[in-house]
Design a protein around this ligand. Structure first.
Ligand code: ADP
Ligand code: 5GP
Length: 213
């Protein structure tokens, strides 16, 4: 058995608050953190790679996986289906590797209520202000004006779920937020339930204690 269990690190935020940027930085800090590549029925955007950013499935294939219980969680977001395939997550957690999820509040809720929920660590990223959120969506240059308006309209719905998360970070200064995120992950790895080897260690201490007295 690995001497530690992996964490399911869940990052959520309204679109544009900086979740993908922070996810990238966290994985650059520790390359052993796996990214849970979601499946989606939405179209691939320019610059996205199938199998790396998302698994781009048609609706029939997506529904088939859901009906076979092969998704850890799934949701309907912005008119499309999104879901996290369960098998790679289970293998990573058992082997002691952390898995990072970029999912919405529905995904957070379902992961927390799943069999692996006790290993979940959820972090919500808030923007410093709504004008700044809009500025970042525009600056990213990824979406048309209409799509940006749609994302802005949805952002309050996502923000309203902030209270369900273990941690909340206001992403004002990017470097400072990255440091806070790394601090959270470092501390959470030391949670008792993340260290299955502790029982054995304490048993050894106990027998050494007995030998001394
Ligand atoms: P999300 O994944 O939450 O939709 P992104 O990570 O794509 O958001 O960030 C949206 C835009 O805002 C990107 O252009 C990114 O470089 C920028 N950004 C992220 N965090 C900050 C920050 N703290 N300050 C300024 N710009 C930021
Ligand atoms: P986008 O289409 O911009 O990549 O993602 C849109 C939204 O879907 C984001 O809020 C993102 O967090 C969410 N999302 C992406 N993958 C999943 C997933 O597997 N499950 C859930 N519940 N949400 C997801």
């Amino acid at each position: 058995m690995a001497d530690r269990r992996g964490l399911l690190i869940i990052l959520s935020s309204p679109s544009g608050a900086g979740k993908s940027t922070l996810a990238r930085r966290l994985r650059a800090w520790d390359e052993t953190i796996e990214f849970s590549v979601s499946a989606t029925t939405r179209k691939r955007r320019a610059g996205e790679t199938d199998g790396k950013d998302y698994h781009f499935y048609d609706e029939a294939r997506f529904r088939d996986m859901v009906s076979k219980g092969e998704m850890l969680e799934h949701a309907h977001v912005f008119g499309h289906f999104y879901g996290s395939p369960a098998a790679p997550v289970k293998a990573a957690i058992r082997a002691g590797r952390d898995v990072l999820f970029d999912v919405d509040w529905q995904g957070e809720q379902q992961i927390r209520n799943s069999d692996l929920g006790r290993h979940a660590l959820s972090i919500f990223i808030l923007p410093p202000s709504i004008p700044e959120l809009r500025r970042r969506l525009i600056a990213r240059g990824q979406d048309s004006g209409d799509v940006i308006l749609g994302r802005m309209a949805k952002s309050w719905d996502e923000i309203s779920h902030w209270g369900a998360y273990d941690y909340v970070l206001i992403n004002d200064d990017l470097d400072a937020t990255e440091e806070r995120l790394k601090t959270i992950v470092s501390a959470e790895r030391l949670r008792r339930e993340q260290q299955p080897g502790l029982q054995g260690h304490v048993r050894r201490l106990h027998s050494e204690f007995g030998e001394m007295t």
